[in-house]
Write a protein that binds this ligand. Structure first.
Ligand SMILES: C[S@@+](CC[C@H](N)C(=O)[O-])C[C@H]1O[C@@H](n2cnc3c(N)ncnc32)[C@H](O)[C@@H]1O
Length: 286
């Protein structure tokens, strides 16, 4: 007879073998809480009973994965952070690019769930640039480990949207009335600047050299060691003096803290002290 801990270890092993998700990376309490939701939902009395449910019902695997990689998000979440990016971070980045004669800005929303964050950034930059937009090549990447979320993001249709005060919803969304309510579709012009991909932050780094990376409300699910690995991975993809933005309840650990200086601590915006050097116009970033 297996103890509860042994059965839980068995469950984690199966999830890793069957779905490639390494549960050891997550905080134990977080994991148990999320799995408990699925136990309740399926009526499984314990972990062993739940393992039998998983064996007989592949759909339940999908539900469990969704539960573990919780993907709550919204447009312009924490507006003060977006204001800081618009009023402080973007002007600094644009100025720095002009100095080296580059016209490309690369932004990455790492752990973007259903896409609200990368689309918000695209809209924010579009709004900020206004008539100057055509002079810049803005590329935004949104990525997430959860393929279902990425598929939803690619669709770009939402039932609830939000904007900063001086932005006009109609400029960025087409609205359709349907029997199920109003649907907001991100306009093609914005969608064109956003690329969306399935990507595990604990997998290989791509060395893509971003100017600004948002990794918000992702680290909270992980223990300190894994948080550090994620931050180091992201750090290797940010240009020298590029920016990193974390979630409001997240901070850099001490070790990772040496890679960044706080730029706007209240908004959890950090500036890279090391990182890959800017290659200038026409280089890998151009
Ligand atoms: C709460 S959402 C945050 C969404 C958005 N960044 C925000 O702050 O509104 C966390 C996202 O992190 C993703 N995630 C969790 N582990 C991940 C990993 N190892 N690699 C990439 N994404 C991951 C989840 O799938 C989920 O969509």
């Amino acid at each position: 007879m297996l103890s509860e801990n042994q059965a839980f270890a068995l469950l984690k092993r199966r999830v890793r073998i069957d779905r490639g998700l390494d549960c050891e990376q997550y905080k134990e309490n977080y994991l148990k809480r999320r799995v408990a939701v699925r136990l309740r939902a399926t009526g499984a009395a314990d972990y062993l009973a739940y393992l039998r449910v998983l064996k007989n019902d592949p759909e339940e695997y999908t539900r469990l994965m969704n539960e573990l990689t919780i993907n709550v998000t919204q447009f312009f979440r924490d507006k003060d952070v977006y204001l800081k990016i618009r009023d402080e971070v973007m002007p600094t980045l644009f100025r720095a690019k002009e100095v080296i004669g580059s016209r490309t800005i690369r932004v990455w929303s790492a752990g973007c769930a259903t896409g609200e964050e990368p689309y918000s950034l695209a809209m924010l930059i579009d709004h900020r640039l206004g008539a100057e937009e055509g002079r810049w090549n803005v590329r935004i990447l949104g990525s997430d480990i959860d393929l279902e979320s990425i598929r939803a993001a690619r669709k770009g249709e939402y039932s609830k949207v939000d904007m900063l005060e001086d932005m006009d919803i109609k400029e960025y969304f087409e609205t359709t009335e349907t029997p199920r309510g109003r649907v907001y579709r991100v306009r093609e012009r914005v969608r064109r600047t956003v690329k969306l991909e399935e990507l595990n932050l604990l997998g290989d780094n791509q060395k893509r050299r971003f100017d600004l990376v948002l990794c918000r409300n992702v680290l909270i699910y992980f223990g300190r060691d894994v948080q550090r690995r994620i931050i180091e991975g992201i750090s290797s993809e940010i240009l020298h003096e590029g920016y990193l933005v974390l979630g409001k309840s997240e901070t850099l650990g001490q070790e990772a803290g040496s890679l960044f200086n706080p730029a706007f601590p209240r908004e959890r915006i950090y500036r890279h002290t090391a990182g890959s050097p800017e290659r200038g116009a026409g280089g890998a970033n151009g």
